[in-house]
Design a protein around this ligand. Structure first.
Ligand SMILES: C[S@@+](CC[C@H](N)C(=O)[O-])C[C@H]1O[C@@H](n2cnc3c(N)ncnc32)[C@H](O)[C@@H]1O
Length: 528
């Protein structure tokens, strides 16, 4: 299939690229891949709560393997959460953070450390670095990434500043708690990486008599260099609030300063995790100051220092943070599901919305604290999901549209593959059925800016479904026109339901009673 840009989609050969496969298995595989990308954050959030709870330490303290009852003796956990810990451990074992030996004869599963979780205990220990990266201060800006691409920021284009109103260095300068998390995280990363650098690439330090670690934080890297090469006079340059917390009584000298102004003179300049933070112009400025800092050879500079000599130790590039994926051209089966008829964009937008994602940032807290209502959603948003969708109209619509998209996709396959289960049915009640899988034709809603949640209200929604005349009949009712299909849901959902579709929408509470019908249908209900 030739590479196909959307703007040329009407050319012969390109239409195919936008059309989802009609093979149900291929569709389900593509949907599964999208679920993997969408729920990928659950893996990071499970790891975050393992760090918050100290699960690796608990297993380590127990000799490297432990059952759940043994783990809970060593972590802070509210007793009501015990049964949920098993679920958390399931995610953490499936993702390889811990190993599990399944119980035989009803005994307890035994969890163990893996090469991955061994890095979270003892030394070297990367837990402080991961805790930093998974902190909500760093994670939450990513929820606005799509919006950031669309909006022109007045001056500073960083995603961090767009989310927090100040750049990372001002933020760390003002928030002492986050600064500590940041600096300790960087030290942990340095302890881990520099041992390997010195073992594998130690020759880059030979012949050096003095070294300045520019923007070196608390000097984690330099402390390792200084111990390995005691003849090198090592210094660290960083901002004054960082230097104020630097360790004392070591051979390393800490200097408060600004690398954009000047860098103290030294035989060699060391930069780790610095240039990636800055744009091209700033990097040129930093490197010019680095060059100025190294004296000419006859004045003691390192050979070749007339030209800035750069030794780059490659630790990782960003692409290595992700699993290798084959490079494809054009729309792949997964992205075809984000276009045209089988459009899963609304359900993915719902799952990846800040309202849905942010509760997971507090999963560790939730395990520890006693709360009257146990849901993570309520702990974060102060009300349960259904009250929230009733009160926040925008989120309510995102929710309704998301579930409709999911139903439209899944029900086509269910009807094609398992349609015979509906034979002989004359009436059906779709319990907590939302909008009943009824959808408005895509051209009206999809496309650029869909995710930006325009300030829609229920009146918009009714207009959209009633007066546009574009409502499609819900899949079940369309496939089985002789079946009287009814949908039961809460009042704020039914008020936005489409009319004129042969489906009857009934306001009610499934915990009180369910209207009588030949068949009761439940989709994505009991999971809640
Ligand atoms: C990502 S950290 C890297 C720290 C250290 N190099 C490491 O790898 O552990 C970036 C550092 O840049 C420092 N920094 C930011 N702006 C600076 C400036 N204008 N002058 C000196 N240091 C600066 C921050 O305080 C922070 O310690």
């Amino acid at each position: 299939m030739p590479y196909c840009h959307r703007s040329v989609a009407s050319r012969p050969g390109c239409i195919m690229a936008l059309t989802p496969s009609s093979n149900p298995q291929a569709l389900l595989n593509a949907q599964l891949e999208l679920w993997h990308h969408t729920f990928g954050f659950v893996k990071s959030m499970a790891l975050k709560s393992a760090l918050d709870l100290g699960i690796a330490d608990a297993i380590h303290a127990h000799g490297g393997t432990a059952t759940l009852p043994q783990i809970v003796t060593r972590i802070k956990l509210h007793e009501s959460r015990f049964r949920y810990l098993r679920r958390l451990m399931r995610v953490l074992t499936v993702t390889g953070v811990f190993s599990v030996e399944l119980s035989v004869n009803g005994g307890e599963h035994v969890y163990g450390l893996t090469p991955v979780s061994r890095l979270l205990v003892g030394s070297p220990n990367v837990a402080p670095f991961l805790t930093l990266i998974l902190d909500s201060v760093f994670v939450s800006p990513f929820l606005g990434l799509g919006e950031w691409f669309q909006h022109v920021m007045p001056e500073e284009p960083s995603l961090f500043k767009a989310a927090h109103g100040q750049d990372l260095w001002d933020f760390t300068g003002r928030d002492a708690k986050f600064a500590k998390l940041f600096d300790n995280g960087m030290v942990a990363d340095s302890d881990f990486a520099m041992d390997i650098v010195i073992k594998e690439c130690g020759d880059v330090f030979h012949g050096i008599t003095s070294l300045i670690d520019v923007a070196g934080g608390l000097g984690g890297a330099t402390q390792v260099i200084s111990k390995a090469f005691p003849d090198i006079k090592c210094s660290v340059l960083d901002l004054s609030h960082v230097v104020a917390s630097a360790p004392t009584g070591t051979d390393v000298t800490y200097i408060a300063g600004d690398m954009f102004e000047s860098i103290p003179s030294s035989n060699a300049v060391f930069l780790k995790w610095v240039l990636h933070d800055w744009g091209e112009a700033e990097c040129v400025k930093i490197l010019r100051n680095c060059k100025k800092a190294i004296p000419p050879r006859d004045a003691g500079g390192k050979p070749d220092s007339g030209k800035l000599r750069v030794s780059v130790v490659r630790q990782a590039s960003w692409s290595r943070f992700f699993l290798p994926v084959p490079l494809h051209r054009g729309l792949m089966p997964t992205s075809r599901l984000l276009a045209n008829s089988a459009n899963l964009t609304p359900i993915l937008s719902l799952m990846l919305d800040g309202v849905s994602v942010t509760p997971f940032l507090r999963l560790g807290d939730w395990f520890q604290h006693e709360l009257p209502d146990p849901t993570l959603f309520k702990m974060t948003h102060g009300q349960n999901l259904w009250d929230f969708t009733a009160r926040d109209t925008n989120f309510g619509m995102l929710f309704g549209d998301g579930m409709v998209a999911d139903s439209a996709f899944a029900m086509d396959i269910v009807i094609n593959e398992y349609g015979n289960i509906f034979n002989g049915v004359s009436s059906l009640i779709d319990v907590a059925g939302g909008l009943g899988g009824s959808r408005v034709r895509p051209s009206r809603r999809l496309g650029f800016g869909y995710n930006r949640r325009p300030n829609r209200n229920l009146e918009d929604r009714k207009n959209r479904t009633e007066t546009s005349g574009m409502t499609e009949r819900p899949p079940l009712s369309k496939a089985f026109p002789r079946v009287q299909c009814n949908v039961l849901d809460l009042p704020h959902v039914v008020v936005g339901a489409p009319t004129g579709t042969h489906v009857k929408y009934i306001v009610g509470d499934m915990f009180e009673s369910i209207p009588s019908a030949d068949v009761v249908f439940l989709k994505v209900i009991l999971s809640n």
